[in-house]
Design a protein around this ligand. Structure first.
Ligand code: HEM
Length: 404
């Protein structure tokens, strides 16, 4: 077996992690990085299996790398009490409460709402002749507004912009290897968001409305209604998990289409391929350098001749798994006509993404609307894209296009 150098994070790696991920997948599929103090697992079968392995916990407190937030903050409570970190039985109970709201039927009911939000941001872009940043004008505000409509937050008109900023900051606290300043910014945002949600829950307790917070409080059997604190943590999870991820998915889909004009032409010729193009985007490139989800071993786990020790962190690299040639023929080809195979983009097992149907619907509508307002002559100004790196995540924070 060739000697695989330990993974180091460099500018070059962040710009194009795929050659190194391929090397690891082929020659050292359970790779130890001493710099990151984590294992990186890269083969599809292994990633899939570890996602649902009960010895692989989501509880970040098990990790040696964990820095506890200040006691008394919502971040501190989040790490101890959030449903994402609960034992499987409690997790299932709370997850069922919320997952019912995101099943395909429920999402189909939201369809018009999502279309309206997409149209709200697409309308001003029709007939543009100038340059536009598609992130700030289009792919960023849509998922934030959708999650806002669903949860009923922000509760008061005029708070939308602050809500977008908070949503962007909240997710920073969940990105591994982010610096301490970024993490603390995320913790402050979580506190502010929690205060809003708490107030809203108080109001909805007295006066029910047509939103998720009301539904969670006023259940059919009074006894199972959720407490304000449970609601705060759940809604914060939705905001953290559902806004920036969808923005990144939509932004990446548009970027890849501009970078692969023959694929863009195919989509223009057959807009029905939009949903397929979304699946292919999430397979081909989902923004993170290891493209991974973290787990922590709750006991020793032997795998492919290595032993992952209790307390070790493991990055399950779906980015590498999605380029595994054992699973995807011609994996380095971005091809929107590819039959979508099994995907790990939304995870697998007990924590499988609750919002996957909503996310797929939103990004599909975003692409359909973009086909309508972007004339074929639109050019992406690739050299002017601003890239942001948070921990191991590198993403475009702008997508400037000129319409001529
Ligand atoms: C392209 C967009 C999205 C991607 C790629 C994505 C990806 C993921 C992944 C990989 C997980 C599993 C995490 C793990 O196993 O540790 C997850 C969980 C989750 N996602 Fe998403 N997600 C997206 C959009 C959304 C949306 C729109 C919502 C909600 C409105 C959402 C809500 C959640 C929640 C609540 C969980 C935690 C589930 C649990 O722990 O049981 N996500 N997501």
């Amino acid at each position: 077996m060739p000697n695989v150098k330990p993974l180091e994070i460099s500018e070059a790696y962040l710009a194009d992690p795929f050659p190194k991920l391929a090397e690891m997948r082929e020659h050292d599929p359970v790779h130890w990085s001493p710099t990151l103090d984590t294992w990186i697992v890269t083969r599809f079968e292994d990633v899939r299996q570890l996602f649902s392995d009960p010895r692989m916990s989501r509880d970040r407190k098990l990790s040696k790398l964990y820095t506890p937030p200040k006691p008394g903050t919502w971040a501190h409570r989040f790490d101890s009490e959030s449903f994402a970190n609960m034992d499987p039985q409690e997790h299932r109970r709370l997850r069922n409460n919320i997952a019912a709201g995101f099943k395909p039927k429920a999402v189909a009911r939201m369809e018009q709402q999502v279309r309206d939000v997409v149209e709200q941001f697409a309308a001003p872009l029709r007939g543009q002749t100038d340059r536009v940043d598609l992130v700030s004008a289009f792919t960023s505000p849509i998922p934030n507004t959708v999650i806002g409509r669903i949860t009923g937050i922000p509760p008061y008109p005029g708070d939308e912009e602050r809500f977008c900023d908070l949503a962007q900051d909240v997710i920073r606290r969940f990105v591994w290897f982010a610096d301490s300043e970024t993490r603390e910014r995320g913790e402050r945002a979580l506190d502010e968001l929690a205060e809003w949600v708490g107030k809203l829950a108080d109001e909805r307790r007295h006066q029910r409305q047509e939103d998720l917070v009301s539904d969670l409080i006023h259940t059919d059997e009074e006894a199972t209604g959720m407490t304000n604190d449970e609601i705060v943590m759940l809604v914060a999870s939705l905001v953290a998990a559902g806004s920036e991820t969808t923005t990144l998915g939509a932004t990446t889909a548009l970027r890849l289409l501009f970078e692969n004009p023959e694929q863009f032409d195919r989509l223009r010729a057959n807009p029905k391929l939009a949903r397929n193009a979304v699946h292919e985007t999430l397979r081909f490139d989902f923004g993170a350098a290891t493209g991974g989800i973290a787990r922590f071993a709750s006991e020793d786990v032997p795998l492919r001749g290595k032993v992952i020790r209790k307390g070790d962190m493991v990055m399950l690299s779906s980015a590498a798994a999605h380029r595994d040639p054992e699973r995807f023929p011609n994996p380095n080809q971005f091809d929107i006509t590819r039959e979508p195979g099994e995907s790990l983009a939304f995870g697998h097992g007990a924590h499988y993404c609750i919002g996957s149907n909503l996310a797929l619907q939103e990004i599909t509508f975003i692409l359909e609307a973009a086909l309508d307002f972007l004339p074929a002559s639109t050019r992406l100004r690739s050299d002017e894209i601003e890239w942001e790196t948070i921990g191991l995540m590198r993403r475009p924070s702008t997508l400037p296009v000129s319409f001529t």
